[in-house]
Design a protein around this ligand. Structure first.
Ligand code: HEM
Length: 417
């Protein structure tokens, strides 16, 4: 069995915050938490709105050309660039052309093992370890150079420039403090081991944060296209918040908190994450930890097992969500219905200290996408026209379900009803 650790380590090192434990994890999480607080994310919105403008331009191009296109391609550019801007204050500029880091990222991901493949040559591909090393080295170098730049450009005591601190600055500050140094001191030194740790954690932020968010956006568009009533309600609410026929961009630039007024849109996001949670968690069982069977009351041991709470099952349980548990119904996240949801039943970002560090960023990105695009565009799945994109050279063309169709889930193309 491939352990989760073995799966993640070649991408982002053996000690990144997704798989590290104990004191190491605590230190890493404390270093990166401040950069992901809701306040920090909201402050950053005007800095990354230009990436949303690029995304909208791409959509506009597809609409004008009246073409079928791979939404996940544009959304990967959007979500990777937002993380780059948020955490590194760096422009990957994915919409403008090939970027070395993003190419290496795509390449390393294309080498990931497909755990469902029955082809033994694919599962144990002899070149894979070398490909991982090659692309990881390229990514390390790219991010390492940015860290060196940020470190060299840090404000030292008495420096006249004042600039905003992004995630990597806050992390550098925390790491230096840990080693008894002051970031403002001219003599501060960046230990190579610290630098490696920061690189690996920045990599895991990109890995964990881009595909989860972009696939959720795909599902939101998909659910809205299948549920015109919900789409009409979300559009109507946005007309009320931003004004009919007025694009929301400038108002958001002025006041990013305005997106919180779109309460129905927020319910759409929550409902999509209930039905299609892209993340999950695994824990190692312990001799003192048992799981109670709700039907029989039997206490099941977990020692020697991997415990995997499957969100697709929990989030679709009629016992919790009622007889329409499989239906898309954003109203269940609005009062009075929302008041009856049991406290731990809904967990797309998981719970507790190891919950998702990027959840505030993800929820802001999802709100922005809705506010900026759902009134302007009708987006629908075109699985039956996928052959038009055959051989387009994208990684999606050769990757599992995206190569041949939506795949079947809960009795339909990428979704029920
Ligand atoms: C819709 C979007 C997202 C979903 C549904 C999601 C979901 C999750 C879940 C369920 C976990 C818990 C894993 C566990 O307990 O082992 C997690 C952890 C994590 N997520 Fe997210 N995530 C999303 C977006 C993001 C973003 C935008 C970032 C960063 C930019 C991010 C970075 C991480 C990291 C680093 C962890 C590990 C945290 C730790 O172990 O301390 N995620 N995510």
């Amino acid at each position: 069995m491939v352990r989760f650790h073995d799966f993640v380590a070649p991408l982002a090192g053996p000690k990144n915050m997704l798989i590290s434990e104990g004191a190491v994890w605590k230190q890493q999480r404390a270093a990166f938490n401040p950069g992901f607080s809701i306040q920090h994310v909201m402050e950053q919105v005007p800095n990354f709105l230009n990436i949303f403008e690029e995304y909208i331009k791409a959509l506009e191009g597809h609409a004008v050309r009246n073409e079928v296109f791979r939404l996940e391609e544009d959304l990967t550019k959007l979500t990777v660039d937002v993380i780059g801007k948020m955490v590194l204050d760096h422009d990957f500029n994915s919409f403008k052309g090939e970027n070395k880091f993003v190419s290496a990222l795509r390449n390393i991901l294309s080498w990931m093992e497909d755990s469902q493949s029955l082809n033994p040559f694919h599962r144990k591909h002899p070149i894979r370890p070398w490909a991982f090393k090659y692309y990881k080295r390229q990514m390390d170098k790219y991010i390492g150079d940015i860290i060196d730049e940020r470190f060299a450009a840090r404000e030292t005591t008495g420096s006249s420039t004042k600039r905003k601190r992004t995630g990597v600055d806050l992390a550098l500050q925390a790491y230096l403090k840990e080693s008894g140094q002051d970031i403002e001191s001219e003599n501060a030194k960046l230990d190579p081991a610290f630098k490696k740790d920061i690189i690996d954690n920045l990599l895991i932020l990109v890995f964990a944060g881009h595909d989860t968010t972009s696939s959720t956006i795909c599902y939101i568009y998909h659910e809205l296209s299948k549920h015109p009533d919900a789409l009409a309600k979300a559009r109507h609410e946005m007309d009320e918040v931003f004004g009919s026929g007025i694009n929301a961009l400038e108002q958001i630039r002025e006041d990013s908190y305005i997106i919180n007024k779109c309460t129905y849109a927020i319910a759409v996001i929550k409902e999509t994450l209930r039905l299609w949670p892209p993340g999950s968690t695994v824990r190692t069982g312990r001799p003192d930890y048992f799981i109670k069977d709700p039907d029989t009351g039997e206490m099941l041991p977990t020692e020697g097992c991997q415990v995997w709470p499957i969100l697709h099952v929990m989030h679709r349980s009629p016992r919790i969500w009622g007889p329409d548990a499989n239906a898309f119904n954003p109203e269940r996240f609005l009062p009075p219905h929302s008041e009856t949801i049991p406290p731990n039943a809904y967990r797309p970002f998981e719970k507790g200290p190891r919950n998702c560090i990027g959840q505030e960023l993800a929820l802001v990105e999802l709100r922005l996408v809705l506010a900026l695009t759902i009134r302007e565009y009708d987006i629908r799945a075109a699985f039956d026209e996928l052959d038009k994109l055959d051989g387009d050279g994208s990684i999606w063309a050769s990757f599992g379900a995206s190569a041949y169709g939506g795949g079947e889930a809960f009795g339909g193309d990428a979704g029920e009803d």
